[in-house]
Design a protein around this ligand. Structure first.
Ligand SMILES: CC(C)(COP(=O)(O)OP(=O)(O)OC[C@H]1O[C@@H](n2cnc3c(N)ncnc32)[C@H](O)[C@@H]1OP(=O)(O)O)[C@@H](O)C(=O)NCCC(=O)NCCS
Length: 272
């Protein structure tokens, strides 16, 4: 996949009803790589991968033109992509349409992701705990953000965090001693996305997400949260209603036991 493929890739994602803008594809390619399927000079399929610190790869934006699905093109693109990846762990978030194919290729389900979106009004009140403070991102925070993200993801992704810093805004949560969480906010799809959100617990994640909702009342917002995050009922109540779950699937090395930091909001379903 090259930058010249992205206009057609964008048309393909629209054809399957996905909300990505051309800029979202550009973001994806700036920090990743992909393969395309062509019939003559017509783009009929895409599949992308992102490599995180030699530890983990993510696959996403796997799409085949709706007029030629179930002819083996998805499988061909997936095997070609998997052949290029040498990371011990490969993960993806599967739609219903893709699940069977991924199982066939050795992926097994490990958890779920729930997509929430809407235009919430009003600002949820989430009190901070003693000593905690939310502040805008500072000049020297980038390293700590990469470290927190790596603790939650099990892999370092400087490239992704770097691109997010260029394109989005971020807030961080300090506990009086150090930075213990953060949340990004950026244009994505039909509106804005909150994520990634990394924190130690649900209360901290709520405070971070509530901050962005409060600043953007009435705007179309999206946040993709792990099923086990404990955030879904709260988000539903705020008017960020759940859309449809996707299945997180893993191929290769099992996940490490959870550490002190967890992911409460994804960059996107594709990038994790
Ligand atoms: C998921 C998706 C990429 C699969 O692409 P595809 O080209 O249709 O995939 P394949 O043809 O390789 O395999 C899909 C199915 O077709 C079957 N198939 C493959 N070749 C076939 C053939 N010649 N004749 C009949 N069936 C065939 C496969 O066995 C598989 O069947 P199963 O799902 O019932 O097990 C495609 O459905 C898609 O773009 N969906 C919308 C976007 C999406 O949800 N993407 C997944 C994101 S994670």
């Amino acid at each position: 996949m090259e930058p010249a493929d992205l206009a057609a890739a964008h048309a393909l994602s629209r054809a399957v009803g996905w909300p990505h803008r051309l800029e979202d594809w550009q973001f994806a390619l700036a920090v990743g790589e992909g393969v395309c399927a062509y019939a003559g000079d017509r783009l009929i399929g895409t599949a992308m991968a992102w490599r995180y610190g030699g530890e983990q790869a993510r696959i996403g934006l796997v799409i085949v033109d709706p007029t030629i699905q179930r002819a083996g093109i998805g499988r061909r693109m997936m095997t070609s992509l998997l052949d290029r990846l040498d990371e011990p762990r490969v993960m993806l978030n599967a739609t219903d349409a893709g699940e069977r194919l991924y199982r066939d290729l050795g992926f097994a389900p490990v958890s779920t992701i729930i997509q929430h979106q809407g235009a919430p009004f009003g600002s949820p009140l989430v009190p901070l705990r003693q000593g905690e403070r939310i502040r805008p991102l500072g000049r020297n925070d980038a390293k700590r953000l990469v470290a927190l993200d790596a603790m939650a993801m099990g892999a370092r992704r400087e490239g992704v965090i770097g691109e997010l810093l260029r394109q989005g805004a971020a807030i961080v949560l300090d506990d009086g001693e150090e930075t213990v969480g953060f949340a990004f906010f950026r244009r994505f799809g039909r509106g804005h996305a909150i994520g990634p959100v990394i924190a130690r617990d649900t209360a901290a994640a709520r405070a971070l997400i509530a901050h962005w909702i409060g600043l953007n009342a009435g705007m179309f917002l999206r946040v993709d949260v792990p099923g086990e995050s404990g955030l879904s009922d709260w988000l539903d109540g705020l008017g960020l209603t759940r859309v449809s779950p996707v299945l997180t699937m893993l191929r290769g090395r099992p996940l490490p036991p959870p550490g002190p930091y967890r992911t409460f909001g994804l960059v996107s379903q594709a990038l994790g």
